[in-house]
Structure formats: structure tokens, C-alpha cells
Design a protein around this ligand. Sequence first.
Ligand code: NDP
Length: 409
Amino acid sequence: MRDASTKAVTILGATGSIGLNTLDVLFRHADRFHLYAITANTQVEKMAEICRTYRPEIAVMADTASAEQLKELLQNEKGISILGGSEALNEVASAESVDIVMAAIVGAVGLMPTLSAARAGKRILLANKEALVMAGHLFMTEVEQHNAELLPIDSEHNAIFQCLESGYQHELTRNGLNNKGPKSKGVTKILLTGSGGPFREYPLDKFDEITPEQAIAHPNWSMGPKISVDSATMMNKGLELIEACWLFNVQHEDVEIVLHKQSIIHSMVAYNDGSVLAQMGNPDMRTPIANALGWPERIASGVEPLDLFKVCQLNFEKADENRFPCLRLARQAIQQGGTSMAILNAANEVAVQAFLQSQITFTRIAELIELTMKHVAHQQTDSLQQILADDQAARKFVNHQLSVMSVEV
Ligand code: NDP
């Protein structure tokens, strides 16, 4: 029997990098939290191991055949219900007994369960940036209408959040776009930092030879394969720019991207009195996870204390959009508005997958996204139906380009 004084947590995407870090933080605080449900897609063995170690009440495999395999693997374990299929993701994200939902599924497929959590008024810890990129206005509106609470997990957005005044933090978590914006609190600029990934200084004429193995070897962060490639193309920073506009109710011109190769400062906020507040720490996702789980209290995360004498230097540079065209494409999508951001995101997801499967070169990722944005018309709406339709249209377009290319090869 669970202690009713502890908060019930669902982790969407428990087998991933964010999911595993969340489990690590949660179980340092068994007096505060208990695990209600965890979800994954196809990694059955990993899920079985997590179930045996952390004993959730419910385990969901989005892939139904994988759910059957998990049932077999856990047939001797009592007290864990196993469910399969995408509807079960929505159920465990919105169940009455859940207090907190960690949204850590990768990609657009995370949108529906995260929306379910918003509609059920949960505290949402948002790692799944793609959900906000593709449906930002709709998502923020649902959070406000259903009295949900939204806390950023992306280390940059969590850092920005921490650098805002505490009263304004409370407004932001509930009020979405319906507040006066950070300028009303003296904020003049948001400085969104990024390491620049593994190819910040790599010779441009060798970009075509970059392999998936090189691209996923991030110099500072250990992350899942999709976000690692996004970091290498800097589409990750582009998606984060869009995410920042929705989360903090700012225009893209109010956000400056700053390359900071050490990944010690996780972002900054500049104020009208000349102050610039920065949040610093070792690059370890357990810090933002603990911050969002415990907010407004601070709770321990297990992260090594920062040793400034070891760090010694902090460097800053401007981001080069010629080297990283994905940054330009993300700004273009924000300027176009409507479903453009869903189209950008969908094209990127398919192109990154193709790159990871060695079907296309590294530079082709941005080219395919640009081509898709030219050919798939966007609509000025935040209707969920249209967002999903344009997401599908973009995927179809890129897949068609890929099939044409494979015939040409
Ligand atoms: P991973 O690839 O490590 O994990 C992804 C998770 O999503 C896995 O649990 C996976 O299940 C699940 N999943 C994948 N496809 C589906 C599907 N079709 N249906 C249901 N579940 C699915 O990703 P990360 O943990 O790196 O990233 C997760 C999200 O967090 C991304 O949106 C990323 O941008 C964001 N993020 C990540 C950071 C990091 O440090 N990793 C930092 C900031 C943000 P299975 O294992 O069974 O495939």
C-alpha cells in the first residue's frame, strides 16, 4: 500500500536517458514520491529490469507485441499491471491518482499523452520539447484551461526558469501565454546557451563525411540518439528557441543564442538594471529533474558539486547560421507561425532517423528540412487536427524524397 502523503509519478519514456535519470532522482526521495506508472515502446528487457528494480504499479509498452513479451518476462512478479498500446499512454498520463507526469518520450509521438496530462490538470515536467514545438499555442492554452502546472526539464529552459523572480515562476507554470511576459518583470533578454555540439569547429568541407557515430558522441552531455544528432546539427537549439518562446511568452528576437563550449552555464537572463543572472552546474540532467520535481523546494539530485577551479574558463561565441542552417530554418518556422513548426519538426525527425540509418549524409538533414518547408504548405491555425495532418504531410514528403534518392543511388 502506498503512503498517501507521497506524490504519485508517471514517467513517459522511462527507458530513455531522461527516464533513467528521473528514476535515479525519484528513488533518492522515497519519502516524497512513489512510482505510479512507467512507459516505453519496444525495449522489453530494459523495461523488465526497471520494473524489478523500481516496482511501478503499472508498466506500459506502446508497442502491443512488446507488452505481451513483457508480460512473459514478468510473469512471476506480483503487483505490476502490464498494459499495451498508445491509448494506455494517455491513461497513465491522466489517471486520477497521478500527481506528476514526466514527459520524456522522444518526438512528436509524445504529444498526445502529454496533452492528456495537461487536460487532466497534472504537474507536467516537460522534456519532450517536440510536443511544444509542434503544438505550442494549443498546449499552453490547455495547461491554463485545465489548471495544470508546466515545469521545464530542458537544462536551458530550467535554467532560465530558475533565473526568473519566484512570483513570476508561479505565474508561468500555470498561466502559459496569458501573462504580461518577462519584460514586465524587467527582463531585457534571454540568453539561451548551447555547447555547439561536436562540430562547432569541425572543417565545413568535411561535414558530408560525418558519420552517425561521430554525431551522437556529444562532448558534454550523455543523451538519446535523436537529441544527440539534433545537437550536432544545432536543430536542438532551434527547437529550444521555439520552446523558449512558448514557455516564457517571448518573441524570438528576445532570445539570443550564445555558444558556450563548457556547458557549465545552462542559460542566462538579462535585466534592465544591467544584471545578468546565470544558472550554473555540472552538465547532468538530474539537476533540472530534481528542480522540477521538488519545485518550489530544492531537493538533492545526486549531482557532483561544481568545482570552479577545475572549470577555470568560461567561453562565449556567437552561433554561425552558415555552419548550422537548422538554426535559420527554426527562426523561419517561428516567423511563419501556425503549423510551420510542426512541419519543421516532422521533417527533422524523419531526416534524423534516415541519417542514423546511414541513408543520407549529415548535410542532407538540413537540405531535406528546407525542401519540406518549401513544398508542404503551412496553415495559420492551432487546430490539433491540422497540426497532425501537416505533421503527416511533412513525413510523407520527406519519405518520398528518401525513396527517390534511394532509386537514384
Ligand atoms: P531516448 O531516446 O533516450 O528515450 C526515448 C524514450 O521514448 C524511450 O523510453 C523510448 O522507449 C520512448 N519512445 C520512443 N518511441 C516511442 C513511441 N513510438 N511510443 C512510445 N514511447 C516511445 O530519448 P531522451 O531521453 O534523450 O529524450 C527524451 C526527450 O527529452 C526528447 O524529446 C529530448 O529532446 C528531450 N530531452 C532530452 C535530454 C537528454 O539529456 N537526454 C535533455 C533535454 C531534453 P524505448 O526505449 O522502448 O524505445
